[in-house]
Ligand binder design. Structure first.
Ligand code: NIG
Ligand code: FE
Length: 413
């Protein structure tokens, strides 16, 4: 059965070459004014004008009237940590009072406190917790997330998180193994022993059970150094994982250069990356994943140098970094707002970074991230007439109807 979407004030297709967009390409959203789209099964048959689409309808086709609103590809949130137990609202209060994220972590809080709570939870408990966040993602207009483990930090607990990720519905998920997120309590002072658990036990098991496509490391002095991250990621690469990195978040440690050296898919955060780091990413074709939500929520003003990255020709991605510590938001519209107001990205650049370029960073550019013939019908009707209203209004829920694989998963109100 066919479904037609009619009455789109703007059908923002992002049609174009199936490779990461850079420079001026980021500002070309391939918008069809007064657009329409035809879907059959889970795929897009065609996007065009109403006069092109209407003649293709059959008697039993369903028509969805967008009512003069904007239709976008679902956001692709390429960096999240959604599976955890409890939350850290207490630490948030401490940070507001002046204690830093690093001080809280050094005192045994931070990631390790979430690890203690997450280890005590069953896979079903974690799935129930994450399904609540899944509703939040959908309500924000997100249809795909990259989801990291990293709050288990033992072989069994990391696998438990990854199995919970595999059961998430109906959001599309791409799983990333983040066993090197922190050194757990029982390995304090024995980091190299923990790294051997990661490389000799966790990575082979996660690969054998096909529980994750990517491997990530928190590369930061005091957590995993550049040398330690290189050792872990090299093993991951040899086992067939794609690579992502938490790089240069709290200091300029050379993590971006390591991402370039290893040919990582992405280097994420980059708040402290300098011109040399940017040049290295450019030369190696690594996509920067910028996470302004974590800068905002940590009360910092040091946003990554998005303009310099765009001017250098990097295929910028935006993501939420949804996690219970540094970035407790699932809202891509909020991230777009921060990208525009704090990093001076244009609304068009921000939208391309949050959809098509994000899909590229996950190797999904032929399936999602744009509204083009043959792609999966993951799209959202937003409660506005012009896409620029999405970063402009902030703190609202603009997604009105959300479709994944052509099926309604949220809305029609
Ligand atoms: O991306 N930096 C490391 N990981 C997360 C924070 C995780 C946490 O605080 O629980 C981040 O900011
Ligand atoms: Fe993160």
């Amino acid at each position: 059965m066919k479904i037609a979407i009619l009455g789109c004030s703007q059908l923002v297709t992002l049609a174009g070459p199936a490779r990461p967009r850079t420079g001026a390409e980021l500002r070309d959203l391939a918008i069809i004014a007064d657009g329409a789209m035809l879907i059959e099964g889970d795929r897009i048959l065609r996007a065009g004008s109403p006069s092109e689409i209407e003649p293709l309808l059959d008697a039993d086709s369903t028509v969805i009237d967008a009512g003069g609103r904007v239709v976008l590809p679902g956001f692709v949130d390429a960096h999240t940590h959604p599976v955890f137990a409890g939350n850290r609202a207490g630490e948030f209060e401490q940070r507001v009072a002046g204690t830093s994220y690093a001080e809280i972590a050094a005192a045994g809080g931070g990631i390790r406190s979430t690890v203690r709570q997450t280890r005590a939870a069953s896979e079903d408990d974690l799935l129930a917790a994450v399904q609540r966040y899944v509703r939040w993602f959908l309500a924000s207009g997100t249809t795909t997330i990259e989801a990291k483990s990293g709050y288990g930090l033992s072989v069994e607990d990391e696998c438990k998180l990854l199995r919970a990720i595999a059961r998430i519905q109906p959001l599309r998920c791409v799983a990333t193994f983040l066993g090197a997120h922190e050194v757990p309590d029982e390995y304090r002072g024995r980091k190299h022993d923990y790294m051997r658990v990661v490389t000799e036990q966790m990575l082979p098991r996660v690969a054998a059970e096909k529980l994750a496509e990517y491997c990530d490391v928190f590369c930061e002095p005091g957590v995993f150094s550049v040398e330690e991250s290189r050792a872990i990621l090299t093993v991951a690469r040899s086992l067939g994982f794609g690579l992502r990195m938490h790089a240069d978040q709290l200091s300029n440690s050379g993590a971006a250069a390591l991402a370039a050296e290893l040919g990582a898919a992405t280097a994420d955060h980059l708040e402290h990356t300098d011109a040399r780091g940017i040049a290295a990413l450019r030369a190696a074709g690594v996509q920067p994943v910028l996470l302004p939500g974590s800068v905002y929520a940590l009360g910092s003003t040091r946003y990554p140098a998005a303009r310099a990255m765009i001017e250098a020709g990097l295929a910028v991605v935006l993501a939420t970094d949804f996690n219970p510590g540094s970035s407790p938001t699932p809202s891509m519209p909020m991230i777009l707002s921060l990208a525009c107001t704090q990093m001076k990205m244009t609304p068009a650049e921000a939208l391309a970074a949050a959809t098509f370029n994000a899909a590229c960073s996950l190797g999904r550019q032929r399936e999602i991230g744009s509204l083009e013939t043959g792609k999966l019908a993951d799209f959202v009707i937003h409660d506005c007439e012009d896409y620029r209203e999405i970063p402009y209004f902030f703190g609202i829920q603009a997604a009105r109807e959300v479709y994944i694989s052509g099926q309604p998963v949220l809305g029609r109100w």
